[in-house]
Design a protein. Structure first.
Length: 87
């Protein structure tokens, strides 16, 4: 997988297959703290919102991106939680 090519959607990569698109779907399903394995299982079973079944590597890279952007955080050691800012 070519990381710069997969990061953003363009004429050769659909939005649903880009890491940005996968990260958006991950944020939608992080309504409660979940592990990476649970996120992978959700992507395999929830076919309504997932147009494309991402690989484990793509999910992991999307998690890294969300963590770097401070959109998620680690809780209880291995669970990921969406960061909600107070308005």
């Amino acid at each position: 997988m070519n990381i710069p090519t997969a990061l953003l959607p363009h004429k050769h990569v659909a939005f649903s297959r880009s890491l940005v698109g996968i990260a958006g779907l991950l944020l939608q399903v992080l309504d409660e703290p979940r592990t990476v394995e649970e996120l992978m299982a959700l992507s395999a079973t929830d076919s309504k919102s997932w147009l494309y079944r991402p690989s484990f590597t793509e999910i992991l890279l999307s998690v890294y991106m969300l963590y770097a952007l401070k959109q998620i955080r680690l809780v209880h050691g291995d669970r990921l939680q969406k960061v909600v800012e107070a308005k």
